[in-house]
Design a protein around this ligand. Structure first.
Ligand code: APR
Length: 167
């Protein structure tokens, strides 16, 4: 059984085997955390991503992490755009976490960092996303070290509260 941690910080500073990015279907990069990860990994990340695109919402694909070394992989997953909660958004977000964990296990990853997928540009309510994220990573304990990296205090507190709650 591995560990699950909630931390506040910049995910590009994480020293883990795999960093998950909240991508869009083109895998060419964008704003938010995707932009930060592409800037840190360098232009080869978009080149590699474009060969695997399009990536459907809820699915995950892996590329090398290039200039983010010693990180080995970037796992690209596409979250749901929030449309009010009746369009399967919860299931798609849960699938982002589970697909990323399953792929990481296949790759022999021992530590992984997730951003708060879909809670920025895609507008997914942060408290609801935090509950789904903790529930998803608890349901699939296949990676030794799982780090949920919040970029702001509110997201950090919401994730920490969910992690402190009953399994
Ligand atoms: N480290 C960790 N978390 C970060 C960082 C960072 N350097 N930068 C932003 N975040 C956080 C945001 O504060 C938010 O909590 O990542 C979370 C997800 O927000 P977005 O990056 O906007 O991702 P998302 O809501 O899934 O929207 C995806 O935005 O960047 C584009 O190409 C991406 O089209 C896609 C869309």
């Amino acid at each position: 059984m591995g560990t699950i941690e909630v931390v506040l910080g910049d995910i590009t500073a994480e020293r883990v085997d795999a960093i998950v990015t909240a991508a869009n279907e083109s895998l060419l990069g964008g704003g938010g955390v995707d932009g930060a990860i592409h800037r840190a990994a360098g232009p080869r990340l978009a080149e590699a991503g474009s060969k695997l695109a399009p990536c459907e919402p809820g699915k995950a694909v892996a590329t090398p992490a290039f200039d983010l070394a010693p990180v080995k992989y970037v796992i690209h997953t596409v979250g749901p755009v929030w449309e009010g909660g009746e369009q399967g958004e919860d299931e798609i977000l849960t699938s982002c976490y589970l697909s990323s964990l399953e792929l990481a296990e296949e790759l022999g990853v021992e530590s992984i960092a997730f951003p708060a997928i879909a809670t920025g540009i895609y507008g997914f309510p942060t408290a609801r996303a935090a509950r789904l994220a903790i529930r998803a990573v608890r349901s699939l304990p296949v990676i030794d070290r799982i780090r949920l990296v919040a970029f702001d205090e509110e997201t950090c507190q919401l994730l920490a509260a969910e992690l402190a709650g009953p399994a």
